[in-house]
Design a binder for this molecule. Structure first.
Ligand code: SF4
Length: 332
């Protein structure tokens, strides 16, 4: 990352002031942001914007190159993410400027414990995801088509989103809840406009994305938090519907190009929470990123197709956190 010295100095200053780990009271209420849609929406539905990152093939088919799924779509077909489709030989995104959820969130809920601590962010998500995690906490709108969302997606184009954030005094806009990757056009344009207004843009992502678009996101936004779901290809394949290697590449790309990077490891009992696997995960982080990238060890709650499991025991979180420190990470 470009600002390692600044990062260390900043974190040390935060620690000296007791600003880490959510130790400060939350600054600013969230209520005002609940009104962020006031006066800017009314429209609902689907966008009709041509997508980035695809190739045209013979016979009117297209190949999406945004993520490692590399969907090849005939006219009328939709990608695995459910929000990009081939219409008359062109790939379209159906979620540009259309939100499934908009809220005011404490920065620490991001989780971004080390980025503008104590502030609140305009947090939003669209419909759609290119993974299918069995434990998805927001499956109600990540695992459906936009036209199936009730109530329908709300229109909040980038310029309106930025102007409302400014109006309500929020220093950041965070793309979260679902998968920002599949709404990349929305993210990039919002980040461009937000920068002009002095507002920072953040993304919380599973980073199941190809290198070129990942680099574009990292260069456009101000901070990235990546769900590093487990150091196991079989976990990615069996539980998330993806593969491990592309995520590792995306994490390295973010480390190189994003101004700020944090990682999150959600621990699912019996699936990705073994001490030995987590130790390997921390060793990979140390080897490839160094000790200063913050790692959040987060708790699974029963959801979606893993409702039969218990929530992660707190003692397990403490055990894994201890392992991360043993392996040399500085901010866990
Ligand atoms: S972004 Fe969607 S359409 Fe494109 S390859 Fe990934 S899952 Fe398929």
């Amino acid at each position: 990352m470009e600002d390692k010295i600044t990062r260390r100095e900043f974190l040390k200053k935060c620690a000296d002031c007791g600003l880490v780990l959510g130790a400060v009271p939350f600054v600013g209420g969230l209520g005002a942001v609940e009104n962020i849609l006031n006066g800017v929406t009314g429209a609902t539905g689907l966008s009709n914007k041509e997508a980035s990152y695809y190739k045209r093939l013979s016979g009117g088919s297209v190949k999406c190159t945004l993520c490692p799924n590399y969907c090849v779509l005939k006219p009328g077909q939709r990608g695995t993410c459910r929000v990009r489709d081939n219409t008359n030989g062109k790939l379209y995104t159906r979620v540009y400027g259309y939100t499934a959820r908009v809220r005011g969130d404490a920065m620490e809920k991001g989780p971004f414990f080390h980025f503008l601590p104590g502030t609140s962010s305009v947090a939003l998500g669209t419909v759609g995801c290119n993974l299918q995690c069995l434990y998805c906490q927001n499956w109600q709108f990540t695992q459906i088509k936009p036209e199936d969302l009730k109530p329908p997606p709300q229109y909040l184009p980038p310029a309106s989103l930025v102007s409302q954030a400014k109006k309500y005094g929020r220093p950041t806009i965070t793309f979260t809840y679902s998968e920002p990757v599949v709404a990349i056009e929305y993210v990039l344009e919002t980040a461009r406009l937000a920068k002009q207004q002095g507002i920072k843009t953040l993304v919380k992502t599973g980073a199941y994305i190809n290198p070129e678009p990942m680099k574009a996101i990292c260069k456009a936004v101000d901070a990235v938090n990546i769900d590093f779901k487990g150091y196991s290809d079989s976990f990615y394949r069996d539980v998330c519907g993806g593969k491990l290697d592309p995520v590792l590449e995306a994490i390295k790309t973010a480390h190189e190009h994003a101004p700020w990077l944090e990682l999150t490891a959600m621990t699912v009992p019996g699936k990705n929470d073994s001490a030995s696997q987590f130790r390997q995960q921390c060793q990979w982080i140390m080897k490839n990123l160094g000790p200063d990238v913050p790692l959040h060890v987060s708790r699974f709650f029963p959801a979606y197709r893993l409702r039969n499991l218990q929530a992660t025991p707190i003692d397990k979180l403490r055990e894994l956190r201890k392992i991360a420190y043993q392996e040399g990470l500085h901010y866990v």
